[in-house]
Design a protein around this ligand. Structure first.
Ligand SMILES: C[S@@+](CC[C@H](N)C(=O)[O-])C[C@H]1O[C@@H](n2cnc3c(N)ncnc32)[C@H](O)[C@@H]1O
Length: 732
């Protein structure tokens, strides 16, 4: 240590008096040779290393051929099932949740091996949100009107209170995630971080620290648009560029040089000669070519003889590759309101931009990831370019938007006869919740039991307080009471089952209880809510939102419990003998949402304006007339179909078991376990897009054999919430 005796005494005195040490000791006390480093309050080297198993909630694959006959083509049969759905090989992954947990589970868990089998992760592109306030409010279409969906609490509170306060909290958030990404990236992989003038300096220094200054490759300036509006008139140079900062993980990395067409000015000034065939050319210095090469050039008519006797080399414009792509990208415009690829996600980036990045830093078949994927631009481009992909996002709406976009890509590629991959939607769902009541394995058994009980109690208290209910303890099934209704709370780590509800109904009937609510994170797929409510007791089923784990959200009273949506479907069986088909008709769907109230809006609305309010599952347009201030109300949701954004069918619910892989914490061995659930195989779907608002209400027909089968129907409403209904059908 480089401390003098005086400094040593001095430092001890400060510590004994509990005072902070003066700044100079930072450089005297610590063994660290970093010369330049970004510091922020709370900086720590600790990185999340939690491993949670991924839960597959949906498997999506456009059948390649409507009916590939079994055994006809062995090669195809290997990878695809008889209807042409992929059953082997890598499936792309769209993961819903906080990317910190996702990254640490990918990096440290069993999925890592799967990624390595694919040659490891070659490219990460991320576009993390800084000014997130704007990110989470979405325009949602209801009929012909557009309505602004407010951010969900988890999106808003998580952002505003953890890293929405300013640059330091953003940097803390991104630092840990970039460290995890660095660990996950292939040795010859690269990362591109998209940001703008507000954070490019911070991000660059953080990347220097994590990747090393020698791995800095470029800071790309992407010119988004021509200066206009406020930018053009401000009292400084117009800010029209974003920064995309590019680092490689090591010294050797994939890099494909790309070219673009020369600018016309360049062509006009440099290729200013035209030969007798009309080909444009320029005369270059002959340079260091050998006699032999010069002879060859002469044969090809590419040598120019100057009167002085000097030689020049003729370069034809049509033989040039074009201008090599540099770190200034001014030839890709931001999306305009009419762009075909636009999916109406506020921060959507142009596909051309991502295409350039993917082509530069990967080859066909490589694995690409975007952990802040938003509307799924990176994933869509990766698929189109024959790359494999992983994407993640915290927002429900982002996942839903990406799902629709990627299905469209599959459909397009199928139409063009190109090959594409199946993708899965995953989350950490119940494991993330389990984590909340999990007890550290290091505690002794007895203490563990005690802690577990305490945690469970706290968990129940939290849910009741978020629901504004009081605890009661004289029942088996009911643990709370809200006004005149009792409350039953489902388990944290398994879906509410019909047995759970049956027991509650039985107790209610025995004790003369007429009304109660069931709160559950998830509901078993087969539950028939209508049937259960018909047993003489008024039962309401509500979904506990994820934000219940955010204490601040609970304290602020932000947590909303939505009623389980209600789906009615009808099977349509056709044909005879062994040639039967089945189709499904979506028959009814209802939701019970609220956002703002008509009464409050009436008071606060400015004259001459209007606002859309959602009250008890109805979208109502409240308008206030100019001058007269007369308020009118118009119900916009005229038909139940207005609520449906997307629906899909799994014609054989129990055909794909849900297997989770985990690593045994004691033996370190990997194990596979069936969760008891099934994966929803999306075999057919219909959805609305920005341009095509039509929705089909009867599915395609599917060939089926005799016997009983379960059919699952998933409906995603215009807010991105999904509900599944399972029906049992007997094919005679
Ligand atoms: C700027 S947008 C990305 C837009 C995207 N590049 C596109 O083209 O659509 C940032 C995204 O990061 C997501 N996000 C924010 N925090 C996150 C977190 N902790 N984990 C995962 N996603 C997160 C937001 O939901 C948002 O969709």
């Amino acid at each position: 240590m480089r401390l003098s005796d005086n400094e040593r005494r001095d430092a001890i005195k400060y510590i004994q008096e509990g005072k902070p040490l003066p700044d100079k000791y930072r450089f005297l006390l610590f063994d660290d040779d970093r010369e330049v480093e970004l510091m922020w309050n709370g900086k720590t080297q600790e990185v999340c290393n939690l491993v949670l198993p991924f839960q597959t909630i949906e498997h999506i694959d456009e059948p390649r051929t409507e009916r590939i006959k079994q055994g006809k083509d062995q090669g195809t049969f290997d990878f695809y099932d008889p209807s042409g759905r992929q059953i082997k090989g890598w499936t792309n992954k769209l993961i819903w949740g906080d990317n910190k947990l996702i990254l640490s589970s990918l990096k440290n868990g069993p999925m890592r091996r799967e990624i390595e089998k694919q040659g490891s992760l070659k490219l990460i592109y991320i576009d993390p949100p800084f000014d997130v306030g704007a990110d989470f409010s979405m325009n949602v279409e209801i009929g012909d009107e557009s309505f602004t969906k407010k951010p969900s609490v988890i999106e808003e509170v998580a952002y505003r209170d953890t890293w929405g306060k300013g640059a330091d909290s953003f940097v803390a958030m991104i630092y840990e995630r970039l460290k995890l990404m660095h660990g996950l990236l292939a040795d010859d992989g690269s990362i591109y971080v998209h940001c703008d003038w507000r954070l490019n300096s911070h991000v660059r220094i953080v990347l220097d620290e994590i990747f090393g200054t020698s791995c800095y490759r470029n800071e790309i300036s992407w010119k988004r648009s021509t200066p206009r509006g406020a930018r053009a008139i401000s009292n400084q140079l117009a800010k029209v560029c974003d920064s995309i900062i590019f680092y490689s993980k090591g010294d050797t990395y994939i890099f494909n040089k790309l070219y673009k067409e020369y600018d016309q000015d360049y062509v006009d000034s440099k290729f200013n000669q035209v030969d007798k065939n009309g080909r444009r050319y320029r005369i270059d210095n002959i340079g260091m070519y050998s006699e032999k090469s010069i002879k060859e050039f002469r044969k090809e008519g590419k040598i120019y003889d100057y009167p002085s006797g000097k030689l020049g080399l003729i370069r034809y414009l049509d033989e040039q590759k074009g201008e090599v792509i540099s770190d200034i990208w001014a030839d890709i415009n931001e999306l305009n309101s009419m762009a075909v690829e636009r999916v109406d996600y506020p921060t959507q980036k142009p596909e051309k931009l991502i295409e350039r990045i993917i082509l530069t830093s990967t080859n066909e078949g490589d694995l690409v990831a975007d952990f802040f994927c938003g509307s799924g631009t990176t994933l869509a481009v990766a698929e189109k370019l024959g790359r494999k992909w992983i994407g993640s996002d915290l927002g429900r709406f982002a996942i839903h938007t990406s799902r629709k976009r990627l299905i469209r890509v599959q459909r397009e590629m199928k139409k063009e006869g190109k090959s594409f991959r199946a993708f899965e939607i995953l989350n950490l769902g119940k494991y993330e919740r389990e984590q909340y009541i999990n007890v550290d394995v290091d505690f002794r058994e007895q203490g563990k039991q005690q802690i577990l009980e305490n945690k469970e109690r706290q968990f129940i208290e939290l849910i009741l307080s978020a629901y504004n209910a009081q605890a009661v303890d004289s029942y088996n099934s009911f643990i709370g009471k809200k006004r005149d209704r009792l409350v039953a709370v489902g388990p944290v780590n398994t879906p509410v089952s019909s047995t759970f509800v049956d027991e509650a109904i039985k107790e209610a009937q025995e004790k003369g209880i007429t009304k109660f609510d069931v709160l559950g994170f998830d509901y078993e797929m087969g539950i028939d809510f209508a049937e259960l409510s018909r047993q003489g007791v008024d039962v309401q089923f509500k979904v506990i939102p994820r934000e219940v784990f955010d204490r601040r959200a609970v304290e602020k009273g932000y947590v909303k419990f939505y009623d389980v949506a209600y789906i009615e479907v009808k099977p349509i069986i056709k044909g005879r003998g062994n040639n039967k088909t089945i189709a499904v008709e979506l028959y009814d769907f209802s939701v019970f949402y609220n956002q703002d109230s008509v009464e409050e809006t009436e008071g606060s609305l400015k004259e001459g304006s209007s606002k859309i309010v959602i009250e008890n599952g109805q979208a109502i347009k409240v308008s206030k007339e100019k001058k007269t201030a007369v308020v009118t109300k118009e119900v916009l949701t005229k038909k139940w179909t207005d609520w449906v954004d997307y629906w899909s069918v799994d014609f054989n619910m129990e055909s794909k078991k849900e297997i989770v892989r985990s690593v045994d914490s004691k033996t370190g061995e990997e194990k596979e376990e069936w969760t008891g659930g099934y994966i929803f195989e999306n075999e057919w779907q219909s959805f609305r897009t920005k341009k095509d608002r039509k929705l089909e209400l009867v599915s395609a027909e599917k060939e089926v054999f005799k016997g009983r089968r379960k059919i699952a129907v998933k409906v995603v409403d215009i807010f991105g919430n999904d509900t599944t209904r399972v029906i049992e059908v007997n094919i005679p």
